[in-house]
Design a protein around this ligand. Structure first.
Ligand code: NDP
Ligand code: 2IT
Length: 456
């Protein structure tokens, strides 16, 4: 359909007005406003093509969370001191299914960070083609340096309140930064004590009771499957590429493992204290032992691999070494414009996001200008939540699938997401623009679902 200039202008003005109102209402929510701002160009194209939705104010409805819950989390530390943290759950959009999304425990957590994450989650979940809406939660609790007993007591207190807001058909949390299988286990234990054995109320559970094979690996593996699909289109494979990864948590570890298995050279990983550059390739078995079993800092890696270099207080994206593929897997806004320039100066061709919104808006624009393949997290890191939805399916069936089946499903889902983003970008006349492709493909589903459910 050819869109008239007049309708284009009307759509542009409408989307700008919704955003201006959002800025006035939420002046301090910089991360949330950033996530919405990245969405505006796609929203303008979408509403120009679907002007009948303008009068329904779908975008105005979409940028307001259905519900934002905030609560007190008191707990007793090992010195018998009473500590208080702030817990949250953002139930952003349920047009496509129960709210679904992780819990983050990190001192930087606040309403803005969780609203950005929940907003992104709506569209990520839409891309999986599974029946899940968007949510996110967490607390400004810092798990670093806490004893196992402190972690357990914090999780129990957090769930004492959260339990009244979640349910397997209503809202299903999982892990994110600072929340892995250990925390999910403690959270599940308290939920079960209060409500009985509802397996499907949390995902990322240990395999012993309702967890899915492959969920631990799913985000990192899925990320690499996404890249593999892109490389196929470019008639290339991983053996031709040098990969730099940031982070050394759940997503980074399994991205490194799968990229190595597919023949890539993977030379870096990081934590918030510094960077490891290992010219012989990251030893992922050692990395897992340090991070997953011993819960140590990355300085321990260098002690075991004297040829590896450790750069204290540096980011992977500041390093002066050449590479072609970047997989940022740590946190939001970890790549600034100057770091993006450094990356391109050192040979970057492809950046695919494992973390949520790791690239500043100015850096995204720079990558576009330099014709770098840029693939946003909402498409590329959707493998984690996709396998979470497969875990929900297994829990309702009271069945456990084997790892081969889960991995096949994951691989098919990532291929479909890749192709959908690529083809949607082409259909809207912006070839190779995976940000446009992913925003438009996901928005189409969510907006049409909201419209058909009426104004609620
Ligand atoms: P983890 O807690 O397992 O690991 C996080 C890693 O990132 C750690 O190495 C951590 O270092 C580093 N990091 C965190 N915050 C910062 C910071 N402010 N500055 C520098 N480094 C930092 O989390 P995940 O691996 O699960 O999550 C990583 C990213 O992937 C997040 O953006 C998350 O939202 C996203 N994601 C996660 C999914 C999942 O299934 N887990 C699914 C999809 C996306 P340190 O230990 O020093 O803090
Ligand atoms: O950002 C994410 O997609 C996650 N943290 C995973 C969410 C989930 O429900 O598995």
């Amino acid at each position: 359909m050819k869109v008239s200039q007049e309708i284009k202008q009307e759509a542009n003005q409408y989307v700008d007005e919704v955003f201006q109102k959002l800025q006035v209402q939420n002046p301090n929510e910089t991360e949330f406003l950033q996530a919405v701002e990245e969405f505006l160009p796609a929203a303008k194209l979408f509403f120009a093509k679907n002007p009948h939705l303008l009068e329904k104010n779908i975008f105005g409805q979409l940028v307001e969370p259905e519900r934002l819950i905030s609560f007190r989390v008191p707990w007793v530390d090992d010195q018998q001191q009473v500590q208080v943290n702030r817990g949250y759950r953002v139930q952003f959009n349920s047009a496509l299914g129960p709210y679904k999304g992780g819990l983050r425990f990190h001192p930087t957590v606040n309403a803005s960070v969780l609203k950005f994450l929940a907003f992104e989650q709506i569209f990520k979940n839409s891309l999986t083609q599974l029946m899940i809406g968007g949510g996110k939660g967490g607390a400004d609790f810092d798990p670093k340096g806490k004893s196992d007993g402190e972690i357990m007591r914090f999780c129990q207190s957090f769930m004492l309140e959260l339990q009244r807001h979640i349910g397997e058909n209503f809202d299903v949390p999982a892990g994110d930064i600072g929340v892995g299988a250990r925390e999910i286990g403690y959270l599940f234990g308290m939920y079960k004590k209060l409500n009985g054995m509802d397996f499907g109320v949390l995902t990322g559970k240990p395999l012993l009771y309702g967890g899915s094979p492959g969920r631990t690996e799913a985000t990192g593996y899925g990320l690499v499957y996404f890249v593999e699909n892109l490389l196929k289109d470019l008639h290339e494979d991983f053996s031709q590429h040098t990969v730099h990864v940031s982070g050394s948590g759940n997503v980074a570890i399994y991205a490194i493992e799968k990229a190595l298995a597919l023949g890539a050279k993977v030379l870096t990983c990081s934590d918030s204290d510094g960077v490891i550059y290992d010219p012989a390739g990251i030893d992922v078995t050692l990395l897992k032992e340090i991070k997953e079993i011993k819960r140590q800092r990355l300085t321990a890696y260098q002690k075991n691999r004297p040829d590896a270099q450790y750069f204290s207080k540096k980011s992977v994206w500041d390093l002066p070494f050449d590479f072609t593929i970047a997989l940022p897997c740590a946190t939001q806004n970890e790549i600034s414009l100057s770091q993006a320039q450094n990356m391109v100066d050192h040979g970057l061709k492809i950046i695919v996001e494992g973390a949520n919104m790791p690239t500043a808006i100015s850096a995204v624009a720079f990558f576009a200008q330099e014709n770098i393949y840029y693939c946003p997290g909402k498409a590329a890191n959707a493998g984690g939540v996709a396998v979470s939805a497969l875990e929900m399916a297994q829990d309702s069936q009271r069945m456990i699938w084997n790892i081969e089946k889960v991995d096949q499903e994951l691989s098919a889902i990532m291929k479909n997401i890749y192709q959908t983003c690529r083809d949607t970008a082409n259909a809207y006349d912006c070839p190779n623009n995976f940000l446009m492709g992913s925003n438009l493909a996901s928005l189409e589903k969510v907006a049409f679902a909201m419209d058909s459910q009426g104004i609620v």
